[in-house]
Design a protein around this ligand. Structure first.
Ligand code: NDP
Length: 482
């Protein structure tokens, strides 16, 4: 089926003004790092250097933790919940006012299509701040336990797939509960976090309540190891998550970990096929598949498998891949060369292990990091592409005959973050949801997010919940907790 010809519809980048270099945000000021090696952040769609960013050393992290402690004891933990809520509302409104600027900057630094940063990421960021602003003065009514109190200084390390949204998931509940934060954005996507620092200043947030330190793994490690941190919140790979769990074991630090996934998107033979195909596309090709809860394994009932795969392939030939700043683009750039290499390595393993590989054959831009939407069929449970998180626009198709077999296959993974069920039978949805070991189960939809809804994993997908009333639990002490 030929793709419609669309005229280009480029979003203007004139709305953002990217400084050629950035310092760290500590104690309410942008400051020079004390000696780390500055690094460049690129536009992954063009490989153009966007800016040079400071690398925070252990000394800089220490300064940030001290600023956060001082703001915690002097101001933020003493402030009434109603007053904290006012700051959060103010931040939420500024995010809405500056939404276009934030969306453009996110797309430039991350490579995701502008229609996603504009219509999904940034509206959800604002929604998280609005939602948690509402909780700030109602924590005693949230059934968190006796006398909920802030934990103290929170260290937060976030990944590159939803840079500002992951910041919002971390910062909004922490602040609502009266904590102060030291946050490190990912090395490849620091720019919206630095713009958020500017928004904190615009909102007159007391200095030191939010501190942003940029850098790579060593900076994250310095946060994890710092004795002045009371709680850690991490989103990223299971490997780094395990390392954090090891280093906090035996300390008084609380930790929540949101790690990888290998979600099953399960299609029964009574599902409306075209809707299910849209759900598959949204489940794995949204955000180039850089989504921890992506539906990266399709489990399709055997008698409709050929039909579903045929329609899926036809649909994929209509996806537009290319310039993320074009409003018609469906699939943008892979976030980094390193991630592209990882996707290439895992997909090569899929072919070597005997799975059948298909891609849409679309043209790709000549510069930047790109990968065609790819489907593997004839996949078996033991293949690496059925077990390991690829974190790219690649889906593995497996089949099943009975609901019991679907559950067994869906649960046969070290992860347990998400799953989807497509069927017209409500009783089957409820039965399946009960059996699936996944933190989020979507029925006849996929990748729907809402700040009121808790999100988190089972098994190697981590522990703790973010969002909703449950997400507040990690950010308070109750009763006689020290
Ligand atoms: P990482 O887990 O390395 O990165 C996540 C965050 O942790 C980044 O801010 C990173 O910093 C930081 N970090 C790295 N090393 C340490 C450390 N030793 N101590 C503390 N913080 C650290 O993920 P990658 O970017 O390497 O991605 C690798 C794979 O992880 C992907 O292919 C994907 O499978 C999975 N992943 C899963 C995510 C999820 O949401 N579940 C998100 C991202 C990745 P920096 O980026 O600066 O190195």
């Amino acid at each position: 089926m030929p793709t419609f010809e669309y005229a280009p519809a480029p979003e203007s980048r004139a709305v953002v003004d990217i400084a050629s270099s950035h310092g760290l945000f500590i104690g309410g000021e942008f400051v020079e790092a004390t000696g780390g090696k500055p690094f460049k952040t690129l536009n992954p769609a063009t490989e153009e250097v966007l800016s040079e960013v400071s690398e925070a050393t252990a000394d800089d992290v220490d300064a940030a933790v001290r600023a956060a402690r001082s703001a915690y004891t002097r101001v933020w933990s003493r402030m009434s919940g109603a007053d904290r809520g006012k700051y959060l509302y103010r931040i939420a409104r500024i995010i809405q006012e500056r939404a276009r600027e934030l969306a453009v900057l996110e797309t430039l630094d991350n490579g995701k299509p502008i229609k996603e940063s504009r219509d999904v990421d940034i509206p959800l960021v604002a929604a998280h701040f609005f939602y948690h602003a509402g909780w700030a003065d109602k924590l005693s009514y949230a059934a968190l336990g006796d006398n909920p109190r802030p934990v103290g200084v929170v260290g937060q390390v976030i990944p590159w797939n939803f840079p500002l949204l992951m910041l919002a998931w971390k910062v909004a509940p922490a602040l609502a509960c009266g904590n102060t934060v030291v946050l490190k954005p990912a090395e490849t996507t620091p720019l919206t976090a630095l713009l958020f620092a500017e928004i904190c200043r615009q909102a007159d947030l007391p200095p030191g309540v939010v501190n942003i330190v940029t850098g790579a793994g060593a900076t994250g490690q310095a946060i994890v190891d710092h004795p002045g941190i009371d709680k850690l919140a991490f989103t990223g790979s299971t490997g780094v998550g395990k390392m954090i769990a090891r280093s906090t074991a035996g300390t008084r630090k609380k930790a929540t970990l949101e790690l990888g996934g290998k979600g099953a998107n399960i299609i029964f033979d009574d599902a409306p096929v075209d809707q299910a195909v849209e759900g598959i596309v949204n489940g794995i090709f949204f955000n180039q598949g850089h989504v921890c809860c992506a539906g990266s394994r399709i489990l399709v009932q055997e008698n409709v498998a050929d039909e579903v795969v045929r329609r899926l392939k036809r649909r994929l030939t209509t996806l537009r891949i290319g310039d993320p700043m074009d409003k018609n683009t469906d699939v943008g750039a892979i976030n980094s060369r390193a991630q592209l290499q990882r996707i290439e390595e895992l997909t090569a393993a899929g072919s070597q292990e005997g799975a059948e590989r298909w891609d849409s054959g679309c043209e790709l831009p000549s510069t930047g990091y790109w990968f065609r939407p790819t489907v593997f069929t004839d996949v078996s449970q033991s293949h690496r592409i059925a077990q390991e998180e690829i974190f790219g626009p690649v889906v593995s198709v497996l089949t099943f005959r009975t609901p019991g077999e679907a559950v067994a296959k869906a649960n046969n993974t070290p992860y347990g973050l998400s799953a989807g069920i497509w069927t017209e039978k409500g009783s089957r949805i409820l039965w399946m949801a009960d059996q699936l070991r996944a933190g989020v189960v979507w029925a006849n939809t996929f990748n729907k997010f809402d700040p009121t809804s808790p999100f988190g994993g089972y098994k190697e997908s981590g522990y703790g919940r973010e969002g909703g009333r449950h997400g507040l639990e990690a950010y308070v002490k109750t009763g006689s907790d020290q």
